[in-house]
Structure formats: structure tokens, C-alpha cells
Design a protein around this ligand. Sequence first.
Ligand code: GLV
Ligand code: MN
Ligand code: MN
Length: 408
Amino acid sequence: MSNHRINGDRLITRLDALAAIGATPEGGCRRLALSDEDKAGRDWLCAEMTALGLDVKVDAIGNIVGILRGQEPGPAVIMGSHIDTVATGGRFDGALGVIGGLEVIATLRDLGLQPKRDVAVIAFTNEEGARFQPDMLGSYVWLGGMSVAEGQAQQDADGFVLGTELRRIGYEGAEKPGFLKAHAYFELHIEQGPVLEHEGGGIGAVTGIQGITWLEMTFGGQPNHGGTTPMKYRKDAGLAAARLNVFAHGVTTRIPGQLANMGFIRVEPGNVNVVPETVTVTLDLRNPDQARLDAAEAEIRAYAEAIAAEAGLTVSMRDLARFPPTPFDEAMIGKVEGAAKALGLPVRRMISGAGHDAQMMAQLCPTAMIFVPSIGGLSHNPKEFSEAADMVAGANILLAVVLDVANA
Ligand code: GLV
Ligand code: MN
Ligand code: MN
């Protein structure tokens, strides 16, 4: 593997520049997918790619692709991640993978190196799933798991339609998703958890991503006076949602590896003195083991049906996302480990708790991810932070593996 090094100052300068777009007073970022802030981030990214002399293309779901042409035609070595954030996002989730990829290409340019294969960096649309579901929507469409029409038809919680928003910000491109064939995919990302920091730092060679099931459930009851209606006569949709949340937590204590999060609760009409009529909640269920994930989902669905029946409520359920546990490619994981060791960095194999575009790309080509430590294990939080030296080290590993695979 090569001894070349990226330009660390330039990597951090670019991370700061993107973080200034949609910056929040708490020190984080808010660039919800296809918002005005996302558009500004996209404009900045396209300008950076153009300045590097890349062939910049946008596909019909808004994925932005910058390509450095190789010496020979054929499938590309692709790097990528996302620049959208959750509503209370940090500075580095997603941004590091895209800007790290950009930095790898800038370094190749500095060195006058033209690899044998095309080398590309992609910013995928709506990875977070915070505004439109499912998460990883752009890479899912890229993979062909969802059609462009279906992707563009997704609506956010306020009824805004993805395709309309894409056109509004000017990012419905002409390319067909998946137009650039992939030889391999690498994604540099912050860990977003506490493991590396607690184990003394270093690099995570990611072995795969756990399964993800997102459900939306809506309980329907009867709005009534909160002061006059005896408890036994109420049809309280809010109580059902609360019981469901507690139940889901109980499931996580019984099923090994199971996680559950009720991250969204909308109560209607939402008045202090009105018994809740309609309550919509989301459940984010994850497990590295598909059978256990399925068992947890089945228990939670059955409980929701049972408590609705018991209280005379209606309940409806909708899938928001459903992605199986996804192992990465053994040879590519080995290359990440090898590059870390060559740089004298401690490296450990680990599974990813978060979803990433790599989970989709792994179905197209040999894939691996590089994790760098997150301070305090915080992410999806404005206080998300990683040390510059760790991010630079991660980008150097990305450079080494990409050069290796692009010239092999
Ligand atoms: C993406 O950030 C996820 O929810 O894992
Ligand atoms: Mn991310
Ligand atoms: Mn995220």
C-alpha cells in the first residue's frame, strides 16, 4: 500500500466550511434532506467537485457524483456518504465520508496520480431518514431496491413530496441512479458510539451493519373532555402509545442485541384537557440478527393489536424501512485493517449500529467502512465531535485502500 498522505488542514477546512452551512446555535448542523440548507450544502459540494476538475453528475433521485477518470474504462472505486443531517445533527455524521472522499481525490490530483480505474465520490440523498423515509433512500434507489418514482413519491411529516422538493432545489438530475458501475465502495465515518474511545482510540474496521426495521403506528381513540370523562370510559390513544413504548423497552431486555427507539410521537388534537384522539408514533428497531429482529417486531405488533382491542381503539401500522443485517467484504475489511496497521494505528473489528449508505452499496460490490472515534460516543447531537487527528488518520486509510484497489 502507498505511503502517500492526504492534506489534513485542507480536510478540516472543508469540514468547517460545510459545517457553517445550516449551522445551529448549539454548535451542530441542521441540513434536513432537500431543505434550503441541504441545497446550499449541495451547491457548495458541487463547486468543490468542479474546482477539482471532476466530472460532476446528478441522478434522478438527487445523488451527487464526482468522478476522476482513470486510465482505463470500467467500474469505479467509489467513496461516499451523505451531507443531509437529522434536525439536531452534528458536524461530521456523513460529512466526513463525502469530504474525506473529496480529499482523497484532491490528494491524487496533487500527486499527479491517475489510477487505473475511475475514482468517484458520491453524496447520497436523504441518508438520515429524518425527513423522508426510508433512511438510505438515495443509495437504496441507486441500488435499484426502490424505483425513482417510488422514492420521489415519499412524503415528509408535513406532506411535502420528495420529488417536488428535489425539483424545487434544482437537484433532480438527468442521470439514471446506478449509472456508474461500482468496482468497490469505501465509506469513512465517525463511529457515532463509545466503543473506540473507551478502548483507547484507533480505527474501527467495520465488519457490517445491523438490521433495521422502522415502523409507524397510529392509534385512534375518542377525543373527549379531560375533566369530565371517568377514566374507565376513555378511549385514550395517548395511553396506548405510552404503554407501547414501555413494552418495546421490555422487549429489548429479553431479546439479545435488540434495540428500540420511539423517536417520534404526534398527539392530536394535542390539548391539555382533551383525551388524545389520534397518536402516531415511530419505532426504530435494530438487531444484528434478523431472526431476533423479526421476533421483536412480531411481539411489538401483537402487543399493539392487543392493547388497542382492550381499549376499544383502532390501530394501523406502516413499514417505514426494512433493511437486513449486511456483512461487508472480508478482503476489503482486511485492506482497511492492513492500512491502519501500516500507519501504526490500533485497529479493531466492529459492527456498525447506525445505518449507512454502505449497507446498500454492499449489495452491489465489495464494500468496507472505516470508523474513527466519537468523543463521548455522541452523535445525532450538536455536541458530536471527533478529533482532527483521528479524522485525518481515517482519511489516510481511505486514500491507501482506494489507491490500492483502484490500481489493482
Ligand atoms: C442513520 O443515521 C441511522 O439512523 O442509522
Ligand atoms: Mn451518517
Ligand atoms: Mn446519521
